[in-house]
Design a protein around this ligand. Structure first.
Ligand code: NAP
Length: 281
């Protein structure tokens, strides 16, 4: 499809600020690859107007939108329905506008992240011993997703212990079959059975950031996922790969969540390679 016409459907991303978002270029690539008559735009929405913006999606005939910082929690009260993942994680990154006008909140960070690591490394969270570095929004999403897939154990390592403890208290209620724990300064013996590691802190974005964890503490066969995608090759990713660990990069996670959103809105399989290419060129 080329050019916008009176029939072009509209998708977008709401955030504040949102001009830096890479979703428009990534989703435009998926739309072009599928040959759909859709446009995807960045929509700056100031926090006081989130309700107006969400209600406006229905009024303006949007197919759906992505939701980014700082609105992922605030949009919830304006939606008609949440998927189990969105409810369990307590955050929405994708809104689907159904044909009957119902607004459904999804969270594709969890499934996108887990699918990305499974696709890139072959590692599946089912029955696995999972390590999560961080206790913010991204950590919560992948931990919830790993537990929902039947992870045997989820261990958190985070700078602020209290945040990890609060996360464990919350997740343990929803996932009684997963063993959750928090470690402050793990040693190799604590992590000997870790199969998948999710690096979900923002460390690595600044050149002088320390490593979130020494990869030498991880068992040789571990696989994992890095959340940071700017820079694409973080010092932690480089150090893990030098140790022979199979780690998917932050763009894999970004594409994973975006591809699932595209599939929710369009019902068509997203061309993940085209989406990734649009981000690296
Ligand atoms: P968040 O809620 O603000 O959480 C940030 C996490 O990083 C917290 O655990 C925080 O620890 C930790 N942290 C920050 N600075 C630190 C430092 N100097 N030393 C040690 N720990 C530090 O952010 P988020 O939304 O979870 O996002 C985390 C990262 O993932 C960001 O870089 C974000 O861009 C990226 N991300 C990527 C994708 C993707 O698709 N690739 C998706 C979502 C997020 P405290 O609890 O101690 O503050």
């Amino acid at each position: 499809m080329s050019g916008i016409t009176g029939k072009t459907g509209v998708l977008g991303v709401i955030g504040w600020p949102v001009a830096h978002s890479r979703s428009p270029q990534m989703q435009a690539a998926a739309i072009a690859a599928a040959g759909l008559d859709l446009a995807y735009v960045a929509l700056p929405v100031e926090p006081a107007r989130v309700g107006d913006a969400v209600r406006g999606l229905r009024a303006l005939g949007f197919r759906g939108c992505n939701v980014t910082i700082p609105h992922k929690v605030a949009v919830i009260e304006y939606l008609d329905e949440l998927t189990p993942a969105a409810r369990g994680i307590g955050a929405v990154n994708t809104i689907e506008v159904r044909s009957d006008g119902r607004l459904v909140g999804h969270n594709t960070d969890a499934d996108g992240g887990l699918a990305a690591v499974a696709f890139e490394t072959g590692a599946d969270a089912g029955g696995a011993d999972v390590l999560v570095l961080g206790a913010g929004g991204a950590a919560r999403a992948v931990a919830w997703g790993a537990a929902a897939r039947g992870a045997r154990r989820v261990t958190f390592v985070n700078r602020t212990r209290g945040k990890a403890d609060a996360l464990v208290a919350d997740l343990a209620t929803a996932h009684p079959r997963t063993d959750f724990r928090v470690l402050e300064s793990p040693v190799a013996a604590d992590l000997a059975t870790v199969g998948i590691v999710f690096q979900m802190t923002s460390l690595g974005m600044k050149p002088d950031d320390p490593l979130p964890l020494d990869p030498a503490l991880l068992p040789a066969g571990a696989a994992g996922l890095e959340a940071v995608y700017s820079p694409l090759e973080t010092p932690w990713l480089r150090a893990c790969r030098a140790r022979g660990l199979r780690i998917a990069d932050g763009l894999t996670m970004l594409v994973g969540q975006g591809a699932l959103a595209f599939e929710i809105w369009t019902g068509q399989t997203a061309d993940r390679e085209a989406m990734r290419r649009a981000l690296v060129t």
